[in-house]
Design a protein around this ligand. Structure first.
Ligand SMILES: [Zn+2]
Length: 555
């Protein structure tokens, strides 16, 4: 059947086709606005992009994934196309007593930590530090002004007497198509701003002028720009920017139009976000990007597919900062540091000490509901996710210890083959993650019900590896590790140190055994040291002594 995706733009399920000209699939995701720690609802939409990317890669497509960082221009009243209120960064700066750039740097770092913990592929390895793939809005002001200038020249935009620039909605008849909003709804929703020289109440600002704003750029003077940035603007616009535009800052929508174009080109394959981005943010992006690039015959929509994650509720209610029900990723991963979270006590009672949720469990919880359905986040969901991760992990470890040379049985061969079909079909079906998880569990249950031959173990492991390329929850650190002599000595020095020759599925248990072995050797108890080594070997853990410490590995 091939991959089918629900395209918000056409409201249809469509077959995914790779880009016509070859080359990587270009994927743009609206990233965080870095004025606070990201909450679990934000991450549901970031994880949609991550899962899509993993599926595309598993199908053999190269993917170029750009996720921006919004660090200016995102106003508090962002449900309106022409958003007003206070810049979220400026508000946080005022509340924290920092400057907005400090706020942005602090919360961008916080976001990166969360993204790494939750296994976002675009924050792993070298990609994590590739600024081309994580463009900051404040580093793309020249591109935004160049796009605004182009929109003015093509009469998709106009400047008011204060030097603000507006997009003229009337110039783009397709406006409203993505969100399905009709003219009357758009007019009702539009609020005339303080300086109302707008030609149409639906028009929205591309460039804002407000002398009180803390982050400003003067398009006509090099003063106040970061080094090299004004020169870049001049290179992009040798004839300069319209003299009617005054010192100011960009609107949120133009940022993503300019950054996606700068990093991925004028037309892209897939654009993702949360459902609250559909209107106004993505509706406005489509209008701007079209106006800036349109040529005879160009499609009205610069992205072929639009995917949106539906909203997330906690215990059936919308999260609210004011009511104290907002749950950040940080708070769940490390409640002690974050000062707790609304579910701390309930989670502690449900078997999460201190209310702490392991990152793999949170990741699985956030991706296991199909993205086109709203998700209700509860303690129960986390309990189930934890059980899933634990069962997956312990089976994976068990598979490593199966030895011998017997071939695979027909039962396991058939089970894995049919589960693999079911798994692929589930992902093809608009990334149906709950169905994909069901296929995975069919294999786990089947494998747990019988003695496995080496051939069986290999087949099951191959399936789990394939499933985990998408789920991304297996902890490979339980498969090998290196411990220095200093670490082992520290472990042995712990007053609660004791050792039993039992289960070795936890890396911490292995560390304790290795520490005991070191102590035994140092005190001349060589038989005890050998006994420990033999116990580990019997449980599939091989040791290699190095000059610095011990390397262990599960077979
Ligand atoms: Zn965006």
């Amino acid at each position: 059947m091939g991959l089918q995706l629900k395209n918000t733009y056409t409201k249809r399920i469509e077959a995914f086709t790779p880009p016509a000209g070859g080359g990587p699939v270009t994927l743009y995701s609206c990233g965080p606005t870095v004025y606070s720690h990201s909450h679990i609802g934000n991450f549901r939409s970031f994880l949609l992009a991550d899962v899509l990317r993993r599926v595309l890669e598993q199908r053999g497509h190269a993917v170029r994934h750009v996720m921006n960082i919004t660090d200016v221009g995102h106003m508090t009243e962002d449900h309106l196309a022409d958003a007003f209120g206070e810049d979220k960064l400026a508000k946080a700066a005022r509340e924290l007593g920092w400057d907005p750039y400090q706020v942005a740097a602090h919360f961008e770092r916080s976001f990166m930590e969360d993204a790494m913990a939750l296994g976002l592929k675009n924050y792993s390895g070298r990609e994590a530090h590739d600024f081309e793939l994580h463009p900051r809005a404040t580093a793309h002001i020249p591109e935004m002004l160049a796009m605004i200038q182009r929109l003015l020249e093509r009469e998709y935009a106009y400047v008011d007497s204060a030097g603000q620039v507006y997009f003229s909605v009337a110039s783009f008849p397709e406006y409203g198509r993505l969100s399905g909003k009709v003219l009357s709804e758009l007019e009702v929703g539009a609020r005339s701003s303080v300086r109302s020289e707008k030609r149409d109440p639906r028009d929205f600002a591309l460039w804002k002028v407000d002398p009180k704003h803390l982050m400003q750029w003067d398009p006509h003077s090099p003063e106040g720009w970061a080094p090299g940035e004004f020169e870049r603007l001049q290179a992009l616009l040798p004839n300069g920017v319209s003299s009617a535009i005054r010192r100011g800052f960009p609107g949120w929508h133009i940022e993503c139009s300019a950054m996606s174009r700068a990093r991925l080109g004028a037309a892209i394959d897939v654009h993702t976000g949360g459902e609250d981005n559909i209107f106004p943010h993505h509706e406005c992006e489509i209008a701007q990007s079209y106006g800036a690039r349109h040529a005879h015959g160009a499609a009205p929509n610069f992205s072929r597919y639009w995917l949106h994650a539906r909203h997330l509720l906690v215990n059936g209610a919308k999260m609210s900062k004011r009511d104290g029900t907002l749950i950040t990723v940080k708070a769940l991963l490390d409640p002690a540091r974050a000062g707790g979270h609304p579910l701390t006590d309930e989670l502690a009672r449900a078997g999460f000490p201190g209310g702490r949720v392991p990152a793999a469990v949170l990741r699985l919880a956030l991706i296991s509901t199909p993205f086109t359905q709203p998700m209700n986040f509860t303690v129960d969901v986390l309990v189930q996710a934890k059980a899933c991760v634990d069962r997956l992990q312990s089976l994976y470890i068990r598979l490593r210890s199966v030895r011998g040379d017997q071939a695979a049985s027909d039962t396991i061969r058939d089970l894995v083959a049919s589960a693999l079909d079911e798994f692929d079909a589930a992902l093809d079906d608009n990334l149906n993650m709950s169905q994909a998880l069901a296929a995975l569990f069919r294999v786990i249950s089947g494998a747990n019900q019988r003695e496995l031959s080496a051939g069986d173990a290999l087949l099951v492991r191959q399936f789990l590896d394939r499933a985990d390329e998408i789920f991304g929850v297996l902890d490979h650190a339980v498969l090998s590790g290196t411990l220095s002599k200093a670490e082992l000595e520290q472990t042995a020095a712990d007053p609660s140190f004791d050792v039993v020759l039992g289960d070795v599925s936890e890396p911490a248990t292995i560390a304790r055994l290795l520490a005991a072995r070191l102590v035994a050797r140092k005190t001349g108890h060589y038989a005890r040291a050998d006994e420990i080594r033999q116990h580990l070997a019997a449980n599939g853990v091989e040791l290699e002594d190095t000059h610095a410490g011990v390397r262990w590995r599960r077979r």
